[in-house]
Design a protein around this ligand. Structure first.
Ligand SMILES: NC(=O)c1ccc[n+]([C@@H]2O[C@H](COP(=O)([O-])OP(=O)(O)OC[C@H]3O[C@@H](n4cnc5c(N)ncnc54)[C@H](O)[C@@H]3O)[C@@H](O)[C@H]2O)c1
Length: 423
């Protein structure tokens, strides 16, 4: 069993820390957010992530998981230090490495010799060098070990990964990092740091491409009178294509795809390659948000000015409380700019959102609405009482940007139903 420090307790850091403690390591998680650390010390989980509460409770009770303020307090006795801090989008689209550098500068003088520092944050090619420089130590190996978890199933994904990717110049360090994943059965790809970093960006870019592709095909379906549900099904049975990520929607969002696709375009550009395919993927996504807004405006009779629009779903996807870069919020801001009055409901119970009346009941959200727009694929929306919805809305117009609802049931109650790419 090893002593691991985890720097940053967001979606990735907290999952990493709780899971490493669960499989037997001694883990100290650090964050600069003192409130967050105080809550975690009491076993309160600041994010919505299935199973995380139990793992944190287990780790705290067994004494294998601790939470401290500041990276310095976590690393004194560690053998491994995982960097899980943000890498947000910089002004020019590149990844902003300032959090990574600050964390590395802080821990550099304090790390025991022979410790290994690991980048789990998503970082561009060359970042292991950046971290080495910031650490200022030549006895410390820096290894890339990108994370592929999905919010909403983060614990499951960490403990049952499709693969573990380790990028290192120092093969002995790579082997030590792979040995941390005790009892986790997955292919381990040991490669150089540049390839590991590229794997993470290329994987996210490809997934975003799949979604933009199916959204574009959905637009073709609407134009030619085909139905995307059948088209996607027919494509997905081809084992070279698969069914995953072939669902049309309001566009991709979240804390990763938007910044990682733009960072990949920037990485390629800096290296002298114009990744115009990926630029197109980003453009299609921006266009998809506008297409969904236009559907809502059309359903409202050509204008949303002064009209109530009900929105079910505010998070960027279901089973998370993450609102970062949520397509729902982008569409809402377009509607607000057109004069709409927006009332929103989300099962994750989000806090206040600028310009939106957030309510805690899906039926209150639809009262007096000119259009009901479904923008996140929360399963519970499928089971809500349609008669009750019909009795509360001002007009029976529904835009289902996730093709989630029972279309026939809504039409039977007199609704005009507009999906994505449906006939
Ligand atoms: N969220 C995901 O689904 C996901 C999946 C794979 C990879 N990633 C990548 O992992 C990284 C982290 O993402 P996230 O979603 O967990 O971010 P997050 O914003 O949820 O969490 C980051 C945490 O780091 C803390 N922090 C910042 N500077 C610090 C410092 N110097 N010392 C200690 N703590 C510090 C912040 O307070 C915050 O709590 C990013 O590079 C992201 O691209 C995210």
């Amino acid at each position: 069993m090893s002593r691991i420090a985890v720097i940053g307790t967001g979606y990735v850091g907290l999952t990493t820390g709780a899971c490493f403690a669960h499989i037997g390591h001694e883990v100290i998680c650090a964050d600069i957010d003192t409130d967050k650390v105080a809550r975690l010390q009491r076993g309160e989980i600041p994010i919505l992530e299935a199973g995380l509460d139990n793992l944190v409770k287990e780790g705290l009770e067994d004494g294998r998981l601790q939470f401290v303020v500041g990276a310095a307090a976590a690393v004194e006795n560690c053998e491994f230090a995982y960097l899980c801090v943000p890498t947000p989008q910089g002004d020019d689209g590149s990844a902003d490495l300032s959090y990574i550098e600050a964390a590395a500068r802080e821990i550099g003088p304090l790390l025991p010799s022979e410790a290994i520092v690991i980048n789990k944050s998503t970082v561009p090619v060359g970042s292991t060098r950046v971290v080495e420089r910031a650490l200022g130590r030549d006895d410390i190996a820096v290894v890339s070990n990108p994370e592929f978890l999905r919010e909403g199933s983060a614990i499951h994904d960490f403990l049952n990964p499709d693969r573990i990717v380790i990028g290192a110049e120092d093969q002995a360090a790579a082997v030590k990092v792979s040995s941390l994943y005790i009892g986790i059965t997955a292919p381990v790809i040991v490669t150089d740091p540049a390839s590991a970093e590229t794997i993470k960006y290329a994987a996210n870019a490809f997934l975003a491409t799949k979604i933009s592709f199916i959204n574009a095909v959905a637009a073709v379906c609407e134009a030619v009178g085909a139905d995307i549900k059948d088209v996607a099904l027919g494509m997905g049975y081809d084992s070279r294509i698969g069914h995953e990520f072939l669902k049309p929607g309001p566009g991709w969002g979240g804390s990763c795809f938007p910044k990682d696709t733009r960072a990949m375009v920037h990485i390629a550009e800096t290296a002298g390659y114009d990744f115009h395919l990926l630029r197109g993927v980003v453009e299609v996504n921006d266009e998809q948000l506008r297409r969904v807004t236009a559907k809502i405006v059309a359903a409202a009779g050509g204008s949303v000015d002064g009209k109530r629009i009900a929105v079910w779903g505010l998070t960027f996807k279901a089973r998370t409380d993450d609102l970062r870069e949520s397509p729902s919020l982008s569409i809402i801001s377009q509607l607000l700019a057109l004069g709409a009055i927006v009332r929103g409901y989300d099962p994750s119970g989000p806090g206040p959102i600028d310009g939106v009346e957030v309510v805690d009941d899906p039926f209150v959200a639809v009262e007096g609405a000119a259009v009901l727009a479904v923008l996140t694929e929360w399963d519970e929306f499928r089971w809500l009482d349609i008669d009750k919805v019909a009795s509360l809305v001002a007009a029976k117009e529904v835009v289902d940007a996730r093709n989630l609802l029972d279309r026939t049931a809504f039409i039977r109650r007199g609704f005009n139903y507009y999906g994505i790419g449906r006939r």
